[in-house]
Design a protein around this ligand. Structure first.
Ligand code: NAP
Length: 247
């Protein structure tokens, strides 16, 4: 995969899966824009790490659910590099509780943070990518987007929405040469899954055919492929990366 001269914005890349996607893409020669909401120190550390390994990286802090902030960030990137080649909409949150205890506010806050921000990112990127008739976007979905999950009515609805949003953007923007795909991870070792109690983690692991949680770099490699020219005939796909847990 040859990404030389190209750049990518990875939202929510100060930690977790996003940080490994940023690391992985930098190794392929992409200039990486690292985004965070509050973890500025972690974002700066990652930038230093990528640069000390011979890669290129910059940090850009903004809240992905703030449309103006997202658009302004893309402007900064285009002014700096001349284009935005690729976008990974990775930033996401959970706020788990059983539906009977979930307020409409609990529901809407996760829909807005995950699905609303992905819509903003896909739309804002399209505006700049279509001018060059070049670009690709990967949205980070989840295994629960297809199977649902108890305690995650809000989160699973946001991720199910991301799947169909991805397909609709893919259909609208294919004539302009821009591809949209999604990656749906299962259980991946990050801060998000570390919050689960140990007995629940063990229970989940028993049901995974590959019998382990995934590593964030196993998500990163699929994102790199979907952005690359090697995937030039793939658009509107939701790729599962879940050790066989949901087939
Ligand atoms: P994580 O470790 O909790 O990290 C979340 C990242 O998103 C952080 O960098 C955080 O920034 C950023 N973020 C959150 N809200 C933001 C906002 N409004 N604006 C900008 N950045 C924001 O999460 P993760 O486990 O790596 O998950 C990453 C993605 O993978 C999410 O979309 C998640 O739904 C999906 N996913 C994860 C798993 C899993 O097993 N972990 C499975 C399926 C799907 P700060 O550091 O500044 O807070």
């Amino acid at each position: 995969m040859n990404f030389s001269g190209k750049n990518v914005l990875v939202t929510g890349s100060s930690r977790g899966i996003g940080a490994d996607i940023a690391r992985g893409l930098a190794k392929y020669g992409l200039k990486v824009w690292i985004n965070y909401k509050s973890s500025v120190a972690l974002a700066d550390e990652l930038k230093d790490e990528i640069i000390s390994n011979g890669g290129q990286a910059s940090v850009i802090g903004f809240d992905v659910s703030d449309e103006k902030a997202f658009i302004d960030a893309i402007k900064v990137i285009v002014e700096s590099d001349g284009e935005l080649s690729y976008l990974i909409n990775n930033a996401g949150i959970t706020n788990d509780k059983l539906a009977l205890r979930m307020s409409l506010e609990d529901f809407n806050s996760v829909i807005n943070a995950n699905l609303g921000s992905t819509f903003i990112g896909c739309k804002s990127a399209l505006k700049v990518m279509m001018k060059k008739r070049f670009g690709a976007v990967v949205n980070i979905s989840s295994i629960v987007s297809e199977g649902g999950n108890a305690g995650q009515v809000n989160y699973s609805a946001s991720k199910g929405g991301i799947n169909t949003l991805t397909k609709s953007f893919a259909k609208e923007s294919a004539p302009r040469g821009i591809r949209y795909n999604a990656v749906a991870p299962g259980f991946i070792k990050t801060d998000m899954t570390e919050k689960l109690p140990d007995d629940i983690k063990e229970e989940y692991q028993k049901n995974i055919p590959l019998n382990r949680f995934g590593n964030p770099d196993e998500v990163a490699s699929v994102c790199a492929f979907l952005l690359s020219d090697e995937a030039s005939y793939i658009t509107g796909e939701i790729i599962r990366v879940n050790g066989g847990l949901y087939m």
